[in-house]
Write a protein that binds this ligand. Structure first.
Ligand SMILES: Nc1ncnc2c1ncn2[C@@H]1O[C@H](COP(=O)(O)OP(=O)(O)OP(=O)(O)O)[C@@H](O)[C@H]1O
Ligand SMILES: [Mg+2]
Length: 401
């Protein structure tokens, strides 16, 4: 069976992850190489030092190429940061041909209209995602191709990004000789990896807690209706531990990953609170837990405050799915559930065939999602015809070619 090579690069604030693999004719993905390198030159998801960022990406690509045994030529790349904005917009066109049949060209035309939102000069459109179509007043149509009508309307979710941030990121990737197949908003990629189709249909909120950003996407009726990027992540938790316990940031980070747990007393009696020995330090696990807990409670509240509708039970019956490296924190789902009082679960990416064991960790939701994105969204044109979240239109790259 014919196989097509695909690849993804997730340029995060703490790590750069490159995944190489291929898909067969039925779009089944296989992982052939994974390369992870510590990230440098990024702050809050954005490139702030091109040389440093490029070298981190180069190292991660080199590691992935070594396992895969071939050279990486092009990849889907994730983008995030405070510079991302999104808005829901509408567009309409007339179907003027005599047969009044809606064709794929009409979808393209109506998306082009819906794309022309008022955006500041320094922003570029990243995605125009069709949410639902209306044909002659009949709404909620997922795929209007083949229907007859005089007028076609579309509701879209338009995501924009700062032109300079796009330019800096593309410069780093192209600087090491890699072409970008698509630039994808990171929470949309993460959603591909960790959300179930029923959750997207019923309504669900996804929060990817990374090193220094928490990326949010809300899905309803099978399409994305809200996206937002919070400038807080695991970094702030480690910073609090470092200040609270008088440790270096590196020590705080290590302590958090090894012993961090937000369950009070970890289910034990207070007198069982055994101190943690770290170098010459002796740390109360209760104190550690309390420091982490305070910041995590704040983060969970901020995540939920982002929700555009407050009737949670109605809006997101499938609740909240937490992913990203920060979602590895012990007791997180339980604590979040106590705060929000609706279902909360941790999203772990699926185990794909090949060398993907290392990827079965919430920290790799975006990387795996970028790979799956290609399998589920290949060919923007055909995808628009399919509609919904699968119908992605990413014209921004052409502007930077
Ligand atoms: N076991 C763990 N317990 C608690 N936190 C953890 C654990 N493992 C990783 N983290 C935290 O996860 C964060 C990194 O997550 P991730 O790898 O998803 O970030 P990133 O994608 O590089 O960053 P961003 O998405 O913000 O650009 C770090 O703050 C790290 O401390
Ligand atoms: Mg990330």
């Amino acid at each position: 069976m014919k196989r097509t090579r695909i690849a993804a690069i997730d340029v995060g604030t703490t790590k750069v992850c490159t995944v190489m693999g291929d898909i067969d004719e039925k779009n089944n993905a296989r992982i052939l190489g994974v390369g992870v390198a510590p990230s440098q030159g990024l702050t809050k998801g954005m490139v702030v030092n091109i040389n440093e960022a490029r070298e981190s990406i180069r190292e991660s690509v080199r590691r992935a190429e070594r396992t895969a045994g071939y050279k990486l030529e092009s990849a889907c790349v994730g983008i995030t940061g405070r510079h991302i904005s999104s808005v829901n917009n509408k567009g309409a066109v007339a179907i003027s041909r005599t047969d009044r049949l809606v064709r794929p060209e009409d979808l393209k035309r109506v998306l082009e209209v819906a794309r022309s939102v008022e955006i500041p000069n320094d922003q570029k459109v990243l995605h125009v995602i069709p949410r639902a179509y209306t044909v002659d007043g009949q709404d909620g149509v997922k795929n209007p191709v083949g229907m007859h009508g005089f007028r076609l309307d579309v509701e879209t979710h338009v995501i924009t990004a700062a032109a300079t941030s796009i330019q800096n990121l593309t410069k780093c990737i192209r600087g090491i000789g890699i072409e970008i197949d698509d630039l994808i908003l990171e929470p949309l990629a993460a959603a591909e990896a960790v959300l179930e189709p029923e959750e997207r249909l019923d309504g669900v909120m996804l929060a990817d807690i990374g090193g220094s950003t928490t990326d949010i996407a809300v899905f309803k009726d099978n399409s994305v209706c809200f996206t937002s990027i919070l400038p807080i992540g695991g970094y702030q938790i480690s910073k609090d531990i470092s200040i609270g316990l008088g440790l270096s940031f590196e020590a705080a980070e290590e302590l958090k990953k090894k012993f961090g747990n937000v369950t009070p007393w970890h289910g034990k009696e207070p007198e069982e609170d055994k101190p943690i020995t770290y170098g010459q330090h002796s740390i109360s696990s209760h104190d550690l837990s309390e420091i982490i807990r305070a910041r995590v409670e704040e983060l969970v509240r901020l995540i939920v405050m982002e929700l555009p509708e407050k009737d949670y039970a109605h809006f997101i019956p499938s609740g909240l799915v937490l992913t990203g490296g920060g979602a590895n924190l012990g007791g997180l789902a339980e604590l979040a559930h106590d705060i929000v009082r609706f279902p909360v679960r941790i999203g772990i990416p699926p185990n794909l065939p090949g060398v993907s064991d290392v990827l079965c960790d919430p920290a790799y939701a975006t990387s795996v999602g970028l790979m799956l994105w290609r399998t589920r969204n290949s060919g923007a044109q055909s995808q628009q015809a399919k509609g919904g979240i699968r119908g992605i239109f990413s014209p921004v790259l052409r502007l930077f070619r």
